[in-house]
Ligand binder design. Structure first.
Ligand code: C2O
Ligand code: CU
Ligand code: CU
Length: 495
């Protein structure tokens, strides 16, 4: 099913550090292309900005009690139009790609019953959530294909955050998420709600992903493929989005398997970044671009009131491209079409939140991310070891605060690093302290560029159990760049 050992290793080479904007990178010259389909749909022939970007629907509960909101979701394949004129089979929650939005409130439990009607096993992970192991959707906790069910309980015992529901079945996750199994879970709390940020129709989640289609419109999946040249926003290739001339909150999720984005408005104008993975920053950051590695989220407020009615404005991607990537395809994500002004009582206050205290770390650990960038093998590892679901790599004492130094041991290939269970803080990037800016809030995923070391701090409370950490370039994780940590009160016994 998953040809981990037979697919050619190319999982690499989004080198983000070279070249000025738009120029790109000597990607791996020796990386052989993955299996070629009969014929590719030429992305340069796809009309841009002709179809509207869908806004994902809010999922209605199946039942509500005084403490808990219940939902039912079915994972199934459906045919959708990603590209004008073609239908593509995708894997979805409840038939939508990307999936529906669950709206949750801190302190109130959510229970989701999942039924898997996909042709492959699945494990539903809530990325960024603080949950017991039994509901983490870990790689080994599978729901059988063809009708298996599992009920997940989310305590929501954490502050507001933009969480992401996606498959995590080991060796299937990379392909299944690529094929669409991805949803939004927006957790709010009173601290966030008391702010008058743009809301309702002016608060829009946007899932970004990329795809390669064959000439019949079907998705082509190959591990480490560098030809995913169709960029999708909420499951449409290069859509337009009609906005009123006022402020919008845009919650961007990088749901791509491997792709890094650097997003900016075509006129270079500024917006405010108000949040990241784990909710709001302490203070808004005025920025003209935002970088997102796979799995990262950015919460932006863009003020369209400065544009005249009828203005069109492209959201551009200036991240590094592979040498053969067509500039006008990889360089563009979607188009905003500015309409008439609309009333706007929203505002972005100078102080957004207070972060929980950092605490004092008592344990230091080092991790090294590595993939064989020669292309000779598919070896991908953390601290020299390929993922083994039966091996505990890191024993953590319950309640401990730890500093994890994560180094990218490659010279050309970027990675990133994601931990389950916790939201961490980024202490340092490349030796420089991170005290302000987009990475100064709570995070669960962080880029680690070639040769770079990123220092993180996390506190392991709430649940004992076994969880994973991994590169969130899913093809890398599926090749083995993943490991287990176990949180337990009985650490001394096990050592
Ligand atoms: Cu987005 Cu291990 O997860
Ligand atoms: Cu996760
Ligand atoms: Cu990686």
């Amino acid at each position: 099913m998953i040809q981990r050992r037979t697919v050619l290793k190319t999982g690499a080479a989004l080198t983000g550090t070279l070249g000025s904007a738009g120029l790109l990178v000597p990607a791996l010259a020796d990386a052989a292309p993955a299996t070629e389909p009969a014929g590719d749909l030429d992305p340069t022939g796809i009309a841009q900005f002709t179809q509207p970007m869908p806004v994902p629907k809010v999922l209605q509960p199946s039942a509500v009690s005084s403490t808990t909101t219940y939902y039912k979701m079915t994972m199934k394949e459906v045919d959708v139009q990603l590209v004008p004129g073609y239908t593509s089979r995708v894997r979805t929650f409840n038939g939508s790609f990307p999936g529906p939005v669950i709206k949750a409130v801190s302190g109130r439990r959510v229970v989701v019953q999942q039924t898997n009607q996909l042709p492959v096993p699945a494990s539903v992970h809530l990325h960024g959530a603080h949950v017991p192991q039994s509901s983490d959707g870990s790689p080994m906790d599978l729901i059988a294909a063809g009708g298996g069910t599992k009920t997940y309980t989310y305590p929501n015992s954490q502050p507001h955050a933009n969480l992401w529901l996606h498959d995590h079945a080991h060796h299937y996750e990379a392909e299944t998420v690529y094929r669409g199994l991805s949803g939004f879970y927006l957790l709010t709390d009173t601290e966030e709600q008391k702010l008058s940020l743009p809301s309702g129709a002016y608060d829009v989640p946007i899932g970004l992903s990329d795809a390669r289609l064959d000439d019949t419109g079907q998705l082509v999946y190959a591990m480490g493929d560098r030809k995913r040249r169709v960029l999708l926003a909420n499951g449409r290739a290069w859509p337009y989005f009609q906005v009123a001339a006022r402020k919008y909150r845009l919650r961007l999720f990088n749901m791509s398997n491997m792709r890094f984005y650097t997003l900016k408005l075509a006129d270079g104008s500024a917006f405010q970044q108000i949040g990241g993975d784990g909710g709001l920053l302490e203070k808004p950051v005025e920025a003209t671009s935002v970088a997102l590695s796979p799995g990262e989220r950015a919460d932006l407020v863009v003020d369209f009131s400065r544009y005249a009615e009828g203005t069109t404005l492209v959201l551009e991607n200036t991240a590094a491209r592979y040498p053969d990537d067509p500039a006008e395809q990889i360089g563009r994500v979607l188009q905003f079409r500015v309409g008439a002004p609309a009333a706007d009582a929203s505002r972005v206050p100078a102080t957004l939140r207070t972060l929980p205290p950092l605490g004092t770390a008592t344990v230091n650990r080092s991790f090294e991310l590595y993939t064989d960038e020669s292309g000779a093998t598919m070896d991908s590892s953390i601290n020299g070891k390929t993922y083994d679901m039966d091996r505990i790599d890191t024993e953590v004492e319950y309640g401990a605060t730890e500093i994890w130094s994560v180094r990218n041991a490659n010279t050309r290939v970027p990675h990133n690093f994601h931990m389950h269970l916790v939201q961490f803080r980024v202490l340092e990037r490349g030796g420089k302290p991170v005290t302000s800016g987009p990475e100064s809030g709570l995070k669960d995923t962080v880029s680690v560029m070639p040769g770079e070391t990123v220092k993180l701090q996390a506190t392991f409370t709430g649940y004992e159990g076994t969880y994973v950490y991994h590169c969130h370039m899913f093809d890398h994780a599926a090749m083995g760049m993943m490991a287990n940590f176990r949180v337990t009160r009985a650490r001394s016994v096990r050592r």
